[in-house]
Design a protein around this ligand. Structure first.
Ligand code: MG
Length: 272
């Protein structure tokens, strides 16, 4: 069932979203060679405490940390560890959720560590930009697959830096979000039947959109820890996520400090 939020509930979700946005900026600044993913988890725990928020991920189906940290070929759901130390040339995806007054915010970024090869920077750019193209395609009265289609077609249109093709992960998808982190509907990052399908995009619908793009195959597997999802060919992966809703003025990205205005303006101007 899709949970439709009132304006007052969305105002609370904005507060949760801002906690997530600020914490991810703090985490981005903390990423450096020699830092462990457990160090990043500790940074996020401190941020949650100082914000007076509670974690979405800790204890979720037994997950042992407040962030997911996924390095290089790890796509999502990596478990922070003292033993996982970031090295120059890595990319690390950090997924983080926070709860304010029972409402969740959820977002993810992928961050380069030190000097990173050009093809990895391009992977990050393509994945992040596909997310914003998804938001820019969302309209009140439109349909859910408008977003999925925009994400997929943006990725497909980008030349691959190594002459291969991008892998858009299919097994893990975005979701509705509110009083639970994961709610209906599922938000796919691909649309085999094109735009114009699925639930109507209405006021009060709040979604987390989260493309995962691989430098190689889209195929995935889960490590023996039963959490960490990796690419089947060990090529690198990127993951970007934001929580957003639609207003009469357009998309409002609840987990972006500026609501998404700066990133959306050129895209919305281009599409009219
Ligand atoms: Mg999510």
């Amino acid at each position: 069932m899709i949970q439709i939020k009132t304006d007052a509930e969305i105002a609370v979700m904005r507060r949760a979203g801002l906690v997530v946005a600020r914490t991810l900026e703090t985490l981005r600044a903390a990423v450096a060679p020699g830092v462990s993913t457990a160090d990043l988890d500790a940074v996020a725990r401190e941020a949650l405490a100082s914000e007076g928020a509670t974690p979405s991920f800790l204890g979720y189906h037994g997950f042992p940390a407040v962030i997911c940290s996924s390095v290089n070929e790890e796509i999502v759901h990596g478990i922070p560890s003292r033993a996982k130390v970031l090295r120059d040339g890595d990319v690390v995806s950090i997924d983080f959720g926070a709860i304010i007054e029972g409402y969740h915010g959820d977002a993810a970024i992928t961050v380069p560590v030190g000097q990173v090869p050009a093809e990895l920077l391009e992977l990050l750019r393509v994945c992040e930009e596909s997310l914003w193209h998804g938001f820019a395609a969302a309209r009140l009265g439109g349909r859910l697959s408008d977003i999925s289609h925009a994400v997929e077609s943006y990725v497909r249109a980008q030349p691959h830096p190594l002459g291969g093709s991008w892998g858009i992960v299919e097994e893990y998808v975005g979701h509705g979000i509110g009083t639970e982190m994961h709610q209906d509907p599922q938000v796919y990052n691909f649309a085999p039947k094109g735009p114009g399908r699925g639930p109507k995009l209405v006021r009060g619908l709040v979604l987390a959109v989260e493309p995962m793009v691989n430098l190689g195959t889209k195929a995935t597997r889960v490590l023996d820890d039963q959490w960490t999802v990796v690419t089947a060919d060990s090529a690198a992966s990127a993951h970007f996520e934001h929580t957003f809703t639609l207003t009469e003025d357009g998309p409002w990205v609840l987990t972006a400090l500026d609501g998404g205005a700066a990133r959306l303006a050129p895209l919305l101007a281009a599409t009219g």
